[in-house]
Design a binder for this molecule. Structure first.
Ligand code: NDP
Ligand code: MG
Length: 393
C-alpha cells in the first residue's frame, strides 16, 4: 500500500490524482489532502477518501470543515496554514507526495517533502523554476525521488534510460524536444492579441487546467517555465532544450540521441496518464484514459514557435542563460502579471512587458540560500507591481 499526501487536492491536478487513486484502492491510501479556498470540494474529497489530515487556508474554515466531517462520522483532523502544509508533506507514514499547489506557494511544502526524503511527484513547476539549484541539491542530500508530472517532462523521463541520473553525455542524449500545443492563440494575429479576454485565454484547445497555467499556456510562458524545469530535472544546457509547436498534443515530448534515434511518449492529452505513471512507478496501472486512436487523429503537425508574438518564451530562455536569481525574478513577475490579467487589470500583451521590465530592473546575482530566494521573490513581486502601473495602458 502506497501512502499519499496530495498537496493542492482541490485543483485540476489534485482532482485527476484522486480519480486515479480511487481506481486502485488496493494500491493507494490517502493520508493527507490539502486545499486553500475550495472548501466544499475538499469536504467531499475527505468524505470519499477519509484521510487522517486535511489542510485549508484559513483557521475558521478548518474549524467549520472539521465539525462537518465529525458530524458525518469522519475522523479527519483539519488544520490550517502554511506550517500545516509542510507538516503533512513530511509525515513519517507518507511514502509519496503529489506537489500540485500552483505557484510559489508550493515551494515550502514541496521542499518539506524533499527534505523528508519522500517520493515527490512534481506538478508544481514554479517551485523548481524559482529555486532550481537549491531544490536539486536538497533532492540529492535527502535522497528524495523526483518524478515529473508535467506531461512533457514525464514523456522525457519515460524516453530516457532508467539509469540516466542527469548525465546526458553518458547516456548519448544530444537534446530534448519539448512539444507545445501553441495554446488558444496559436494562429491569432498580433494586433488581435491586444484585446483578448481572460475567458478566451483560459479556453485551452486540448488540456483542461487551472486558470494560472492556462494563461501561461496562452502566452507560451508555460513552455518557458518548462524549459527551465527541464534544465534542472535532466541536467541539460539551454541549447539542448528545443521547443516544437505540435497543435494536436499527442506527442508529449521527445529525446534525441547522438546516433539520430528519437524516442517519444505519445498518448491522449489527459493528465491522468503521467499521474498514473508516477503514482505506480516503476510499475504501471490503468489511468482511465481512452486508448490512442491514431487513424482517428489522422495527422500530426509541427511548427517553430513564434517568439515575436509570444515573447515570454524568449524571456524564459534569457532568465535561464542569466542564471542566479533571474528565474526567481521571472517566475515572481509572471505570477503578478498573470493575476493582474485574470483580474482585468492588465491587457494580455502587458504580461510580457511587465516580466521583461522586472527582469531589466533587478540585477543578476548569485543566490546561495533559501532566505535569498524568498527575499528575491518578494522584491520581484514589488517591482512587478510597480511595472503594472506603467504597462496598463
Ligand atoms: P489549480 O489552480 O487547478 O489548483 C491549484 C491548487 O493549489 C488548488 O488545490 C488550490 O487550492 C491550491 N492553492 C492555491 N494557492 C494556494 C496557497 N496559497 N496555499 C495553499 N494551496 C494553494 O491548478 P492546477 O491543478 O492546474 O496546477 C497545479 C500545478 O500543476 C501548477 O504548478 C501547474 O503549473 C502544474 N501543472 C498543471 C497541469 C494541468 O494540467 N492542470 C499540467 C502540468 C503542470 P483551492 O483551489 O482550494 O483554492
Ligand atoms: Mg506541461
Amino acid at each position: 500500500m502506497k501512502k499519499l499526501t496530495v498537496l493542492g487536492a482541490t485543483g485540476s491536478i489534485g482532482v485527476s490524482t484522486l480519480d486515479v487513486v480511487a481506481r486502485h484502492p488496493d494500491r493507494f491510501q490517502v493520508v493527507a489532502l490539502t486545499g486553500n479556498s475550495r472548501i466544499e470540494v475538499l469536504y467531499q474529497q475527505c468524505l470519499q477518501h477519509r484521510p487522517r489530515y486535511a489542510v485549508v487556508g484559513r483557521p475558521e474554515d478548518a474549524a467549520a470543515v472539521g465539525a462537518r466531517l465529525s458530524d458525518a462520522g469522519v475522523a479527519t483532523e483539519v488544520l490550517a496554514g502554511p506550517q500545516a502544509l509542510e507538516f503533512v508533506a513530511a509525515l513519517p507514514e507518507v511514502d509519496a507526495v503529489m506537489a500540485a499547489i500552483v505557484g510559489a506557494a508550493g515551494l515550502m511544502p514541496t521542499l518539506a517533502a524533499v527534505r523528508a526524503g519522500k517520493q515527490v511527484l512534481l506538478a508544481n513547476k514554479e517551485a523548481l523554476v524559482m529555486a532550481g539549484q537549491l531544490f536539486m541539491a536538497e533532492v540529492k542530500a535527502h535522497r528524495a525521488t523526483l518524478l515529473p508530472i508535467d506531461s512533457e517532462h514525464n514523456a522525457v523521463f519515460q524516453s530516457l534510460p532508467a539509469d540516466y541520473a542527469g548525465q546526458p553525455a553518458r547516456a548519448g542524449v544530444s537534446r530534448i524536444l519539448l512539444t507545445a500545443s501553441g495554446g488558444p492563440f496559436r494562429t491569432t494575429p498580433h494586433e488581435a492579441l491586444r484585446a483578448v479576454t481572460p475567458e478566451a485565454a483560459c479556453a485551452h484547445p486540448n488540456w483542461s487546467m487551472g486558470r494560472k497555467i492556462s494563461v501561461d499556456s496562452a502566452t507560451l510562458m508555460n513552455k518557458g517555465l518548462e524549459v527551465i524545469e527541464a534544465h534542472w530535472l535532466f541536467g541539460l544546457a539551454p541549447e539542448q532544450i528545443e521547443v516544437v509547436v505540435h497543435p494536436q498534443s499527442v506527442i508529449h515530448s521527445l529525446v534525441q540521441y547522438i546516433d539520430g534515434s528519437v524516442l517519444a511518449e505519445l498518448g491522449n492529452p489527459d493528465m491522468r496518464t503521467p499521474i498514473a505513471h508516477a503514482l505506480a512507478w516503476p510499475e504501471r496501472v490503468a489511468a482511465g484514459v481512452a486508448p490512442l486512436d491514431l487513424p482517428a487523429i489522422a495527422r500530426l503537425d509541427f511548427e517553430r514557435p513564434d517568439l515575436e508574438r509570444f515573447p515570454c518564451l524568449g524571456l524564459a530562455y534569457r532568465a535561464l542563460a542569466a542564471g542566479g536569481n533571474a528565474a526567481t525574478v521571472l517566475n515572481a513577475a509572471n505570477e503578478v502579471a498573470v493575476a493582474a490579467f485574470l483580474d482585468g487589470q492588465l491587457p494580455f500583451l502587458g504580461i510580457s512587458e511587465v516580466i521583461g521590465a522586472t527582469l531589466d530592473a533587478i540585477p543578476v546575482e548569485e543566490m546561495p540560500d533559501l532566505a535569498a530566494i524568498l527575499a528575491t521573490d518578494a522584491h520581484a513581486r514589488n517591482i512587478a507591481s510597480e511595472m503594472l502601473q506603467r504597462c496598463r495602458a
